[in-house]
Write a protein that binds this ligand. Structure first.
Ligand SMILES: [Zn+2]
Length: 112
């Protein structure tokens, strides 16, 4: 059965709240990177090889998070591993499995 997109979006947003709480409890701080992306922007990204046209960002089912510890911006995929594993544990898809460490999504319609 396909879950309604809106129900999935509500669920995703609550999952992100849990991820943020987990991150802060683990001594990290976060800022938001990209969350919603317009289909027009996704198409431009595809042309320049920076993303896919049907990105979950266009469905409000993905967010990129900037990770910090002790005021240092941690940019590597490996830095996100503890959060990525927590995210997977609560049912999300972590971009670190495909080289996009700061990308947290909830798969929908076969897209990650
Ligand atoms: Zn992303």
């Amino acid at each position: 059965m396909n879950e309604l997109l809106s129900e999935k979006q509500f669920k995703f947003t609550l999952m992100i709240a849990k991820l943020i709480n987990y991150a802060y409890a683990s001594g990290y701080t976060l800022t938001f990177g990209e969350a919603y992306r317009t289909p027009e922007q996704a198409a431009l990204n595809t042309k320049s090889g920076k993303g896919i046209k049907n990105s979950l960002h266009t469905q409000r089912l993905a967010v990129d998070l900037n990770l910090f510890k002790d005021s240092k911006w941690l940019k590597n995929t490996e830095d996100h591993q503890p959060l990525g594993e927590f995210w997977e544990h609560i049912g999300g898809t972590w971009g670190g499995r495909f080289g996009d460490g700061n990308h947290y999504s909830l798969s929908h319609g076969g897209i990650k």
